[in-house]
Design a protein. Sequence first.
Length: 294
Amino acid sequence: VAIEEYLRGVVPWEIGRPGDDALEAVKAQAIAARTYTLRHLGRWESLGFDLYADTRDQVYRGHTGTAPITDRAVRETSGQVIIFDGELARAYYSSTCGGHTSTLTDVWDREGAPYLTGRRDADVRGRSWCRESAQFRWVEEWSARELAQKMREHLGEELEREIGPQEFGVLESVEVLGRDASGRVQRLGIHTDRDSFTVWGDRIRWVLRPSHSRFAILRSTMFRIEEKRQDGALVAVVVRGAGFGHGVGLCQTGALGRARAGQSAREILDAYYPGATIRPGTTIRRRGSAQAGV
């Protein structure tokens, strides 16, 4: 699939099909998605393809769901990419930052980037740009029995060790052990009558999987925990959270808010990738290797 045709099948599924008042946000999304694509070409070459067609890379559904506004954004930004220090930027993005973006190294065990440092994402009146999102604030709740079952199923996978039902035991408490500068939970402690476990960074979302919502994993790590007890025993856990996704880079609903306030695609990208520039994507170095053209 040619890059520009591929983007026609990505952009509407990543940022949606908003009205014309948000065109500049859709353009910013197109530029970020193009940059991500070119930087990661060949990522899964050993598996016989370049990129996954889901959230492991970018959601792609061919020409299903294409729309005039997303086609226009791809067309009017054709070839444009985000550059930092002469290389394609790591143009990460997620749905809703909850009012504060994340620092790359706080989320994943990867080399940092100066343009991927968390910051408050609000207008001059202190209102979060993504405040209109349905995922801006949310609540999840589990009975202690339900949450223990989720943890038995998934904790071992995230800690890369075998944890059998007997080894896990009875869930006694869940606590926040550390937060990053954005307020996201960086270390989560899980305590049972048999052992204690610590989960780090974004993998926390894979352990605290919802039981009664449409989301496969917890919406974000920006949350606080409330425990419900009866006669001292844990009976339920409530998580009150903010945002949806890892929070690194461009906030998609924040970009929509910025566009509706009159910001251009360039201003939006400057806000989420500060210090990076937008250029035509010809002869740009990709991850310090051979040059790549659009």
